[in-house]
Design a protein around this ligand. Structure first.
Ligand code: BYC
Length: 313
């Protein structure tokens, strides 16, 4: 492992100048080991979230209420697979293989977003995930288009374009249900009640309790803190909820004239950490499913590797 002390000062200076100018670090540039490790951790967690995130919605593919909704949902779930692949490729430029990354996901050595450990028992959940989960993802990810590591930032540009389509399809689905029967409206409200708080948790722990934020901001990996992005998401969601005709399940949610932002109630951080540490309602099921798919696909990877070896020789 190279440390700052072992390398030529001009390399360190070049890294720091690039970061200071908000330019991009590229795979062949020298970078501190801590920077590389932080990127692997964050990009891998992001990639795993996209891949595991296919499961809660995939649950509805065979039961979508119309051919149109089924085609839209299929396209969305396929997009998530694509996002996972761009991000695994970005991570591979840092010297880890997809095999290693997947093994770390399955063994629990690397995390994925807490949100995907909640069940999707109702069709309205497909709309709520699009509206709130993809909405939170956009809020978090748009600033990542300007992240300091080139391959990550470039992957995010394309991902964000697709996420905005995902968010709109979710909102449109919920709007259609809200124009339907009383039962449909109740279904939407019940789903929003379940997903609102977990969506706020997607932004990570509060800034005071976020061990990685300060260093990641110094390196330009993160451009905003967890609390800043969470606030932006709340402010963005309130008028959308009003237009939709749903109530966000927080009696303390109100506009604060002085701050020019909404105040909101306390997040249950015990629940968040329980889910992050593997104790959420669906953690075991999500990982078991991923492991099954990985094991079942072993022959495809072997065949592709053999074919590539033969073609090369
Ligand atoms: N869930 O110091 P902190 C999607 C961990 S996919 C689980 O603040 P950091 C979509 C954190 O990793 C959305 N773990 O960390 C897909 C750290 O643990 P370690 C995924 C969480 O990295 C399909 C510890 O808590 N988006 O949009 O500075 C369908 C302390 O946290 C969570 C991304 O991954 C969490 N929610 O900030 C639909 C975006 N939060 O690793 C939609 C990229 C925190 O030290 N990632 N932890 O053991 C990020 O922006 C940042 O990694 C985070 C956390 C803001 C999430």
């Amino acid at each position: 492992m190279t440390t700052v002390d072992d390398v030529a000062p001009e390399l360190v200076e070049s890294f720091e100048t690039t970061i200071g100018h908000h330019d991009r670090i590229e795979p062949r540039d020298w970078m501190p080991e801590g920077y590389r490790r932080t990127l692997v951790r964050q990009i891998a967690q992001h990639a795993h979230s996209e891949i595991i995130g296919m499961q809660p919605e995939g649950n509805w593919l065979t039961r979508a209420p119309s051919l149109r909704r089924k085609a839209i949902l299929l396209a969305k779930v396929q997009d998530e697979a694509g996002h996972g692949l761009y991000l695994y490729s970005a991570c591979e430029t840092l010297g880890v293989s997809r095999q290693q990354l997947t093994e770390m996901l399955i063994s629990g050595a690397q995390k994925y977003s807490s949100i995907f450990n909640y069940p999707t028992p109702s069709w309205a959940d497909v709309g709520t995930i699009g509206w709130l989960v993809d909405g939170a993802a956009i809020c978090n990810q748009v600033p990542l288009c300007r992240t300091s590591y080139g391959p990550y930032g470039r992957a995010m540009i394309r991902i964000c374009k697709e996420e905005s389509f995902h968010q709109r399809q979710g909102y449109e689905l919920l709007m259609t249900m809200m124009r339907g029967t009383d039962e449909q409206r109740e279904m939407v409200q019940e789903s929003v009640d379940r997903f609102w708080w977990p969506a706020l948790m997607m932004f990570g722990p509060p800034d005071d309790d976020s061990p990685n934020t300060a260093q990641s901001m110094e390196w330009g990996i993160k451009r905003h803190t967890n609390d800043e992005l969470r606030q932006r998401f709340v402010d963005m969601s309130v008028p959308q909820a009003e237009a939709l005709g749903v109530t966000l399940p927080d009696p303390e949610l109100r506009w604060n004239e002085e701050r020019g932002a909404h105040d909101f109630g306390a997040i249950d951080w015990d629940e968040f950490w329980t889910v992050v540490k593997g104790g959420g309602p669906c953690n075991a099921q999500r990982i078991a499913h991923r492991k099954r798919a990985w094991d079942d696909g072993a022959w495809v990877r072997e065949a592709a590797t053999a074919f590539a070896r033969r073609s090369a020789s």
